[in-house]
Design a protein around this ligand. Structure first.
Ligand SMILES: C[S@@+](CC[C@H](N)C(=O)[O-])C[C@H]1O[C@@H](n2cnc3c(N)ncnc32)[C@H](O)[C@@H]1O
Length: 258
């Protein structure tokens, strides 16, 4: 079946953005990150013990989380469909002396994994590129063992709306129908698409696919003088600091397969 043009757009877009994104981001390979400028795993303690566990990172990009998990003693598979992102990940993983199975594949449907393969799934800032949440979560359920953990971070629905530059206020036009964002880098042939979901839509999709939600967070950025403690930062966040201080950028969910 031919890949839809907007999926080709996302993949091509990430190939084009990868070099800049990786050089301008400051993402830890020693601590799992969930949200920009916010506390990571060392403070949030979301993960059940991962020692010796079989984990997969979906939409792994530079796969910094996969490396951090491997350093905690997990066996990790990292999946992304952007060769440029994975190429960065592979070189960094060699430097970090971590052993990770890298797979270049589309995460919308996980047919390439057998049932009940993994003890845990982590996916950070990739869900917003997935069109059919129900298919994604039912596949997550299929590849997880019973009791397996699903750790997600995605763009907060309020991130869909425009800020008024003069008043620095957020114009939430219709929360119940968040806009779908079409985006394109220079040289990109097809538009990529980012989907925003209300908290209810996201929560319901997780629960309806056989998971129990244990934690739901809307992480607040750290105070400026503590920002260095965040495993996910980068200079480009400076201009958005005031905004992310007042409106959450990410929504984080920990759920367990029933
Ligand atoms: C914002 S980056 C996040 C990367 C990483 N998880 C992190 O936290 O730094 C989004 C990643 O999702 C990947 N991605 C988006 N849609 C995908 C899909 N359908 N299949 C596989 N990877 C996808 C992109 O290639 C990109 O590397």
């Amino acid at each position: 079946m031919e890949t839809p043009k907007h999926i080709v757009g996302v993949q091509h877009g990430w190939n084009l953005m990868s070099a800049n994104y990786q050089s301008e981001s400051d993402i830890s390979v020693d601590e799992v990150h969930y949200a920009p400028l916010s506390y990571g795993e060392n403070s949030l303690n979301l993960l059940d013990d991962v020692t010796g566990k079989n984990l997969v990172e979906l939409g792994s990009g530079g796969s910094q989380n996969a490396m951090a998990l491997a350093k905690l003693g997990a066996r990790v598979t990292a999946v992304d469909f952007s060769p440029s992102q994975l190429s960065h990940a592979v070189s960094e993983s060699v430097k970090q002396k971590t052993t990770i199975d890298f797979l270049q594949a589309d995460i919308q449907n996980l047919t390439y994994f057998r049932d009940r393969t993994f003890d845990g799934i982590i996916s950070v800032f990739a869900l917003e590129f997935i069109e059919h949440l129900d298919v994604f979560f039912s596949e997550c359920n299929r590849i997880l063992k019973k009791g397996g953990q699903l750790i997600l971070s995605t763009t907060h629905p309020l991130g869909a709306f425009e800020w008024d530059a003069d008043t620095s206020t957020l114009n939430v036009t219709d929360y119940f129908n968040p806009p779908v964002e079409m985006w394109k880098e220079d040289d990109q042939e097809y538009f990529g698409v980012t989907y925003f979901r209300t908290v209810e839509e996201l929560f319901t999709n997780v629960v309806d696919n056989g998971f129990t939600v244990k934690v739901l967070l809307e992480p607040k950025p750290l105070e400026f003088d503590k920002e260095h403690l965040s495993p996910y930062k980068g200079n480009y966040w400076t201009e958005y600091r005031d905004r992310v201080n007042s409106v959450p950028f990410a929504i984080v969910i920990k759920a367990l397969k029933q």
